[in-house]
Design a protein around this ligand. Structure first.
Ligand code: KG4
Length: 346
């Protein structure tokens, strides 16, 4: 059997933060995508790296086993293993990297390393049997917004991505998480703020907006502005949060979305590329999705919104990114080590 062109089966493994995930794709089509989330962090209001690595160590084998079983294949059918090499939490990445090496050695198959951020962008190329694909043509722009990143990426090909703007401090997801924390909400805070924002008036409160040159973002000022506003009102009325929770969320969410969309609009105009995607955990936000729809009808954008299950960390996107590399003959070596940050490019 010629595994290179036919019956290419890729096992994808994701372990960069607090989700252990495994997926199988066959000839480009997704057969399974299993995600084991780690509830342990919610008690701490954020991801505890040490606990995350331990949980990955416990979850990785059962998660991969489930993915293989649900796909209805055998281990021996797998052509290559694609894994997240970085960026992310070092201890978490080490679990996935070590697993990938052991698996590749045991089955005598190649290993493909995937950049987690490229994985998020390439989530738009996940194909499912019976689902009409809506895949962007190259080049396109992708707003990548997660708990650790806020970037505008120019995507020229699966292998050529350029960050043209990024946050100079906090990520949009971090801002959502902080907002929820200030008003006593859970971690992660994004879904909580999103839900409450639907019931609130987004014009009640105004927050300081950053003035950053180019396509870069900043969210730390907005976070502080929110914190100070709540603190000042609480001095006058201890029941302030309780009475204004939904309006606070709606107003804060509007500020984040306006900031994100304004820069994106400039990038689209300047680069004359009207294919615009969104990716990462924050792309699940309903207000941001509505804003995309509005911009699409107002400015003629061709928009690409990922399925909800592919917005947060998942291995389907890692397997998909890995498939592109596999087909291009880009394999990884046994001495490769994970990296926690990317300083340049994506
Ligand atoms: O991509 P992701 O799962 O993890 C990485 O950071 O890589 O993103 C997680 C982030 C968290 O900050 C979470 O609060 C945010 O995505 N998030 C949301 C929503 N769902 C998740 N933010 C706003 N609205 C949402 N519906």
């Amino acid at each position: 059997m010629d595994k290179k062109n036919n019956n290419v089966i890729i096992l994808g493994v994701e372990s960069s933060c607090d989700d252990t995930s495994a997926a199988i794709i066959k000839d480009g089509y997704l057969l399974s995508n299993v995600i084991s989330s780690q509830a342990v962090h919610s008690a701490y209001g954020g991801v505890v790296p040490e606990l995350a690595s331990r949980a990955h160590q416990q979850n990785i084998i059962p998660t991969i086993d489930q993915a293989i079983k649900r796909a209805g294949i055998n281990k021996s059918d797998i052509s290559a293993i694609a894994y997240t090499r970085g960026p992310g939490l070092m201890g978490s990445l080490l679990v996935g990297t070590s697993f990938a090496k052991g698996f590749a050695l045991a089955l005598d198959i190649p290993m493909v390393e995937v950049n987690h951020l490229q994985g998020h962008v390439l989530a738009h190329f996940i194909k499912e049997e019976g689902v009409e694909p809506h895949i962007p043509e190259f080049p396109f722009l992708c707003l990548l917004v997660s708990g650790g990143n806020s970037q505008i990426v120019l995507v020229n090909s699966p292998f050529d991505m350029k960050i043209i703007g990024q946050t100079i401090d906090d990520a949009a997801g971090e801002a959502f998480d902080k907002c929820a924390k200030v008003i006593g909400g859970p971690y992660p805070g994004g879904p909580y703020v999103d839900k409450l924002a639907k019931e609130g008036n987004d014009k009640v409160f105004n927050f300081a907006k950053p003035h950053i040159p180019g396509y870069d973002y900043s969210f730390s000022g907005l976070k502080t502005s929110f914190l100070y506003l709540v603190r000042d009102y609480l001095k006058e009325d201890p029941g302030f949060i309780e009475k204004n929770r939904a309006d606070l969320c709606a107003s804060f969410q509007r500020a984040v979305i306006e900031t994100l969309m304004e820069k994106l609009k400039h990038a689209v105009r300047d680069l004359k590329i009207n294919r615009v995607a969104v990716a990462g955990g924050v792309s699940a936000n309903s207000g941001l999705r509505n804003a995309y729809q509005e911009y699409a009808s107002r400015y003629g954008w061709d928009i690409y919104l990922p399925k909800f299950s592919y917005t947060t960390d998942n291995a389907a996107m890692i397997a998909t990114a890995g498939m592109f590399k596999y087909m291009n003959g880009e394999f990884d070596s046994m001495d490769s080590a994970p990296y926690s940050r990317v300083s340049d490019g994506i």
